[in-house]
Ligand binder design. Structure first.
Ligand code: SF4
Ligand code: SF4
Length: 161
């Protein structure tokens, strides 16, 4: 069984354990927290092929900004208004959300058909290589049910230090 499959299986059983760890981390984050998470990020991404998963593209709606709409419209040779009408709705925060899930740009082999022009939120997902990881713990708690890598990082993380 691949690491991805193992993590997907464990996600079903051990999510509560990882969520409890994330809650504890909100009270006290270990020293060098960014460095530790970034190292685990590198390790998990080296061992997991996102093309075998695509759970984020299948189930989550990234928040899409005006700048993303402009870039995507140019890439698809559409006018921004046409792109929005075809694929997006506006949410209460003023972000655009895909009208449908899975994402309309996800191909059957899990490749992204607009990869070079994909929204910033897609590029940054699952946010485990960003700075100030202590500020992203609530986001990681949301994502640990979706993303096997986030689940794996926080399952693996030692919190004693
Ligand atoms: S735009 Fe591409 S990367 Fe973003 S959700 Fe859709 S398929 Fe995934
Ligand atoms: S959910 Fe996580 S592991 Fe799966 S494709 Fe997205 S980033 Fe990769």
């Amino acid at each position: 069984m691949s690491l991805l499959q193992q993590l997907q299986q464990q996600q079903q059983k051990s999510c509560a354990e990882v969520l409890a760890k994330l809650k504890k981390l909100k009270q006290k984050t270990p020293k060098n927290f960014d460095e530790t998470i970034h190292k685990l990020h590198e390790e998990f991404f080296a061992r997991i092929d996102c093309l075998e998963c695509a759970c984020c593209c299948k189930t989550l709606g990234p928040g899409v900004k005006d700048v993303d709409i402009t870039r995507l419209a140019k890439h698809l040779k559409l006018r921004p208004a046409q792109l929005v009408e075809r694929y997006f709705i506006l949410d209460s925060d003023g972000d655009y959300m895909f009208r449908q899930s899975p994402c309309p740009f996800l191909l059957p082999d899990n490749y992204c058909s607009v990869y070079e022009a994909r929204p910033k939120a897609c590029r940054e997902y699952p946010h485990s290589d960003r700075r100030r990881q202590e500020q992203l713990l609530s986001l990681h708690a949301k994502n640990c049910k979706t993303c096997p890598i986030i689940f794996g990082i926080f399952k693996e993380l030692k919190t004693e230090s």
